[in-house]
Ligand binder design. Structure first.
Ligand SMILES: Cc1cc2nc3c(=O)[nH]c(=O)nc-3n(C[C@H](O)[C@H](O)[C@H](O)COP(=O)(O)OP(=O)(O)OC[C@H]3O[C@@H](n4cnc5c(N)ncnc54)[C@H](O)[C@@H]3O)c2cc1C
Length: 369
């Protein structure tokens, strides 16, 4: 039952952002900065964001050579460089906006494990390709020593410009920043429908006390993998990913962010623990779901990888295992577009949303009135 004040004032917003991940928060942040008097709401259906933004591995990355090989094939050279630059400048934006200390950013390097001798010509090719855009030659070969990997790891290709963040601290800093700007965040508020009303959009929210209709002249959809209900025609497919963290062990005292099998598998350390994830390609069909859950086959492979070459002979215990949901399409670029005269969407962030999420939010805020 609504009061007069709720009906006349509190349910009215100048902007409603649906989805409280990195893109939703960033959209609200940049819109609030350029419209200081606007009443802005973020509606998130989970207590914490339920997609990817608090489930990810915290790699601040923009692409290994193996990944860029695929991009080059599908996008061509110019669009590959543009994509890398979008990720690279997105990371700079994230770091500048929130601060390295607040997000616990460490430029520890990104390492691609090579199980045979790397192709030096390809490394030179990609350094040449990216140097004009990045002002640096990011890739070099380093020997396999100091990390405790088995000898099946021949060597590694290091990307000197990549690093790691603390995902939890990053989201907390983002939440703090939008709150300081007066943005209201409503959690456990799932949006059921968005319809046209006489003066704008009617956003129907499922709450613990029943449905509530909010009114706004404009909506920003930041629902990533969960966008089909609102945008059935957009090319966006869910892709689940899993991550596990071991209990602390003195063997996990090295720093760096590592990946193998074309970037599908990745690992790093955090607080003296090993964090390992990925493996979606082992069951692409099974992992094309928005349901949370652990795929036993993928988990078993990740555990075997630890024993066989990541930390052979190191006894370890898994402390925590979780899943999150990403969004993919035939094109690796995100969808940032106007949907109708009162709705915009910033979705389909793929597997490098830490890098591009804030930039997508900024672009989306620019599309709003
Ligand atoms: C396991 C895993 C590991 C990853 N590792 C990395 C990494 O190391 N580096 C990297 O760059 N990227 C990584 N990513 C990808 C990155 O996390 C995502 O690209 C990014 O977080 C997407 O942000 P988003 O805001 O677009 O989407 P999300 O974070 O998914 O946010 C969308 C939000 O919308 C909410 N929502 C959906 N429907 C509704 C509704 N009807 N009403 C209200 N709310 C709704 C959801 O609950 C969700 O919180 C990883 C992802 C996963 C899953």
């Amino acid at each position: 039952m609504q009061s007069y004040w709720e009906r006349e004032t509190l349910r009215h917003f100048d902007l409603i952002v649906v989805g409280g991940g990195i893109v939703g928060h960033s959209t609200a942040l940049f819109y609030a900065e350029s419209h200081p008097n606007a009443r802005i709401a973020i509606l998130e259906r989970g207590l914490f964001p339920e997609g990817a933004s608090t489930k990810n591995a915290g790699f601040a990355c923009f692409g290994s050579i193996a990944e860029l090989e695929h991009d080059l094939e599908s996008l061509g050279a110019q669009r590959t460089v543009e994509l890398v630059l979008k990720r690279f400048s997105g990371l700079q934006l994230l770091r500048q906006t929130l601060g390295d200390q607040a997000i616990d950013y460490h430029e520890v390097g990104g390492y691609e494990l090579c199980f045979e001798a790397p192709d030096l010509e390809r490394i030179n090719f990609f350094n040449d390709l990216l140097e004009p855009a990045l002002g640096a030659r990011p890739y070099s070969v380093v020997q396999n020593n100091g990390f405790g990997f088995s000898d099946s790891v021949h060597s590694m290709i290091k990307n000197a410009l990549e690093g790691t963040i603390d995902t939890g601290k990053m989201m907390a800093a983002l939440q703090r920043k939008v709150a300081q700007l007066g943005v209201q965040t409503f959690t456990q508020s799932a949006v059921a429908t968005i319809e046209d009303g006489p003066h704008g959009k009617l956003v129907c929210v499922e709450t613990t006390s029943g449905p509530v209709e909010l009114l706004t002249p404009q909506v920003a959809l930041c629902t990533n993998a969960f966008s089909k209900d609102f945008l059935p025609e957009v090319d966006v497919q869910p892709g689940r990913g899993m991550v596990l963290v071991t209990k602390p062990n003195p063997a996990f005292d090295w720093e760096g962010s590592f990946h193998y099998h074309d970037g599908y598998h990745y690992f790093r350390t955090v607080d003296g623990r090993l964090l390992l994830g990925g493996g979606r390609q082992l069951d692409l069909e099974g992992e094309s779901t928005t349901e949370a859950g652990i795929n036993d086959r993928i988990k078993a492979q990740l555990l075997e990888d630890i024993q066989s070459f990541i930390a052979p002979g190191v006894p370890f215990e898994v402390d925590l295992c979780w899943s999150g949901t990403m969004a993919f399409g035939t094109d690796k670029n995100p969808v940032v577009q106007r949907v109708d005269d009162r709705t915009v969407a910033g979705i389909r962030l793929g597997g490098m949303g830490v890098a591009i999420g804030m930039g997508v939010g900024k672009e989306l805020a620019g599309l709003l009135a």
